[in-house]
Design a protein around this ligand. Structure first.
Ligand code: GDG
Length: 738
């Protein structure tokens, strides 16, 4: 089938301007546009985003013209009003999500109106995507403006393959939990099949929020969600290495007279002193980039090491950004004032310490700067990746030059050969500048050699290619992992076989199968609806209905005292056949409990929200209410400790649903099922259960049995069914089939 990839981002990779009512279009030269080029141009690929012009700025004619122009570039627009831009973009995206995800809590504004608009605009994007999407297509969604989009698309196209990539950090759970609509955001992202981050730390933070806020099961980097497996992974974004490297090479060959005005000014600086050094920083004027901090640290450096005065110069390019948001206006003012003050304080006739440009420069000038700088000082307070650091290294064609990089930038994870600093430590900051200035050339070369090798190999094309490869593979995971669904068609077949059978056995697990889980195990008593349903099934002719549970005999006896059901309790210690009395299937020792109980007690003491359930033949440690991450650590620990205490094979540790149970190895539901099957010939067997303890039963029932797992989990069962509600519906169908 001829499928395509749809790319979605807030802005199209095109710049559209209105000049005296005339439309002008230039392609965007940003890293993302370059990286996505091969994906975009592949087949019938299409890129969907906002044009940058609001509905108010355009009349019908102009809109049509835009659509036609962008269509020639395989793009399609999402139309936004000024209200949308103010509330969705400048509001929720840039006054709530951006500061929150960069740990600037004090800048967040959680306005309900922004959130409403964010939902509306994400729906507009979904509508635009749905106009173009066909079965079998892949969709790749970018960034924090579109966190709700994956789920909105999935609602209408459940089978489509969706990838999502976040370009900014994903904050730790403690920060993320502050967002008022946090569940909706997570559910929105989980509409994707693959979720990508720049670094493993962001991935880990995301998974932690998934576990703690949505309480979902996470297995390594896979989340089970609504009968789907969602994969989470890190893909550090690279740059167009060749473009920067080759531009710098050509730049070196330029004759003096062909050099730009900027380059000539830079050359003058180097002529001013034989020890002259140029330190460069480039960023959008954004509070996350640590600009005032950097200027103050530079001042600190000049005071600490005055010998570098008149020799070292900081050249700062700050690109205007989001100037409609008040914090950005304040930052502009603060930066201007700081530069003014420091230049005023230190300047001499021949030297001003800081050259400051507040503007965007053409690419060639960017290369002038990168090529001339001895040191790049990239010191964000928080940054998803930071491509400037990578671009600087790529332009060092002679492999000289030193990169000082903040450890708060995602890029620091892969750029160990840079001088890594904590931007809040001024001592370290000043010393790093000194070290960089004095670094021997061989050391510079050997560091850049390593850095360049990596940047060349993991370029932005490689990044997009790896993501797409993983996205295509993510669809396959689901196919291998679970049993087939017991859908309507299979159910009809099953009921036919049930009816035709002469002797039937129904093995029903209790917790998580017939009823949902409760925080306290004693609260899971059967409700009226369940009792009357079980009565009906139990009354069927030639049908042996058995409740087979890990619960103790006392509890089940109490719950079903009025009834005469067949029951197996304590995982198979006790059996009661219909209208008969209880019989032990095994004679068990319990003296081991004295030794194991104190061990479990130490775990209860150290893990809030957990408790011990003492059964006649086993001990269970429940952790449903505990912090999921702490519980994960403790369960590993407990497994190791208990396993080391059990010297012979007499005891087994069972990992159930949020419970660890220690019991005799001689009993399990599999052995109990075998016992029942040996007592009579059955020509229809159904076994249904939800956790690990039921797997023993699935293994022992005859191959043609209907073994059914409750929940979308890995299992030996032939089928799966979604939840306890569906189990009850199935039993209802069985009850009314005869
Ligand atoms: C976000 C995340 C993440 C800068 N000034 C000029 C100019 N640039 C180009 C640079 C570079 C790009 O802009 C800036 O990219 P960064 O990665 O440094 O930062 P953000 O804009 O904040 O980007 C960031 C990124 O997304 C990708 O996922 O790395 O962490 O915040 O390519 O070269 N280009 C031109 N003139 C300029 O004056 N032509």
């Amino acid at each position: 089938m001829d499928t395509k990839t749809i790319i979605v981002s807030n802005r199209l990779p095109l710049q559209l301007h209105l000049n005296d009512g005339e439309l002008e279009m230039t392609p965007s030269i940003g890293g993302l546009a370059t990286g996505m080029k091969s994906v975009h141009k592949d087949g019938k690929g299409i890129w969907i985003g906002w044009s940058g012009l609001t509905e108010e700025e355009l009349d019908k004619d102009l809109s049509k013209k835009i659509d036609k122009l962008v269509a020639e570039e395989n793009c399609a627009t999402v139309s936004l009003t000024q209200y949308d831009v103010d509330n969705f973009y400048y509001g929720l995206s840039n006054r709530a999500l951006w500061p929150l995800f960069h740990y600037f809590m004090e800048y967040t504004e959680f306005e309900h109106q922004y959130w409403e608009s964010y939902k509306v605009v994400n729906q507009k994007f979904a509508d635009a995507v749905l106009e173009h999407v066909e079965d079998g297509d892949q969709i790749w969604i970018h960034d924090y403006q579109l966190l709700l989009l994956p789920a909105l698309i999935r609602q209408h196209k459940p089978e489509v393959t969706i990838g999502f990539f976040l370009h900014i950090p994903f904050p730790s759970y403690e920060i993320f939990r502050c967002f008022p609509w946090r569940e909706e955001l997570l559910q929105g992202i989980l509409g994707a099949n693959l979720i990508g981050f720049h670094t493993y730390d962001y991935e880990r933070h995301f998974l932690s929020s998934i576990k703690r806020i949505l309480r979902l099961e996470v297995n390594f980097n896979e989340i089970t969600y609504h009968e789907r497996i969602v994969k989470v992974d890190s893909f550090p974004m690279g740059i167009d290495y060749k473009k920067f490297h080759n531009a710098a090479k050509s730049h070196r060959k330029l004759n003096t007279e062909d050099r730009s005005e900027l380059q000539q000014k830079l050359d003058e600086h180097f002529q001013s002193s034989k020890d002259a050094k140029l330190i460069l920083s480039i960023d959008r004027l954004d509070y996350t980039k640590g600009i005032p901090n950097r200027i103050r640290a530079f001042e600190y450096f000049l005071n600490k090491y005055p010998e570098f005065k008149e020799k070292v110069r900081l050249i700062m390019l700050s690109v205007p950004s989001r100037s409609d948001v008040p914090q950005y206006q304040l930052l502009k003012k603060e930066t201007d004032e700081l530069v003014g003050r420091i230049n005023g304080e230190f300047a001499t006739i021949n030297w001003t310490p800081i050259w400051y440009f507040y503007r965007s420069l053409p690419f060639d000038n960017l290369i002038d700067l990168y090529s001339s700088a001895d040191i790049a000082l990239i010191t964000p307070i928080r940054d998803g990746m930071n491509l400037v650091a990578k671009e600087y290294v790529a332009t060092r064609t002679k492999k000289d030059g030193v990169l000082i990089l903040s450890e708060m930038a995602g890029a620091s994870k892969e750029m160990n050969e840079a001088i890594l600093i904590n931007p809040n430590n001024f001592e370290q900051f000043a010393d790093a500048i000194k070290t960089a200035i004095e670094m021997p050339l061989e050391q510079q070369i050997s560091r850049n050699d390593q850095l360049q090798k990596r940047l060349k190999r993991y370029s932005v094309e490689k990044w997009s290619h790896e993501f797409m490869k993983s996205l295509k593979a993510s669809k396959e995971i689901e196919k291998v992992i679970v049993s087939q669904p017991l859908d309507k068609q299979e159910q009809v077949l099953m009921l036919q076989k049930f009816k035709a059978a002469k002797s039937r056995l129904l093995l029903l697990d209790y917790d998580g199968t017939l009823t949902g889980f409760q925080d306290n195990p004693q609260s899971a008593a059967p409700d009226e609806e369940l009792l009357s349903l079980l009565d009906k099934v139990d009354a069927l002719n030639q049908t042996n209905m058995v409740i087979i549970s890990g619960r103790d005999r006392k509890t089940l006896e109490h719950w079903f005292k009025e009834k005469n059901y067949s029951m197996i309790t304590d995982h198979g210690v006790w059996a009661k056949e219909k209208k008969q009395s209880w019989k032990p299937l095994e004679r068990l020792r319990t003296d081991w409990m004295e030794n194991i109980r104190p061990v479990l007690e130490t775990f209860v003491d150290r893990t809030p929200g957990t408790f011990i359930e003492e059964k006649k033949y086993s001990l269970a440690w429940h952790y449903r209410k505990a912090d999921p991450e702490l519980a994960q650590i403790r369960t590993n620990e407990l497994n190791t400790v208990v396993t080391s205490l059990i010297s012979n094979n007499e005891l087994t540790v069972l990992n159930g649903n949020k419970v660890i149970e220690i019991k005799s190895s001689r009993v399990n539901k599999g052995r109990a099922a075998t016992y029942l099957l040996s007592r009579k010939d059955y020509d229809f067997v159904l076994a249904i259960g939800d956790d690990w303890t039921d797997e023993y039963m699935f293994e022992e029932v005859p191959e043609d049995s209907y073994s059914i797992k409750v929940g979308f989990k890995k299992s030996k069962a032939r089928y799966y069914i979604k939840n306890t509600q569906e189990v009850r519906e199935l039993l209802q169908a069985i009850a009314s089939s005869l």
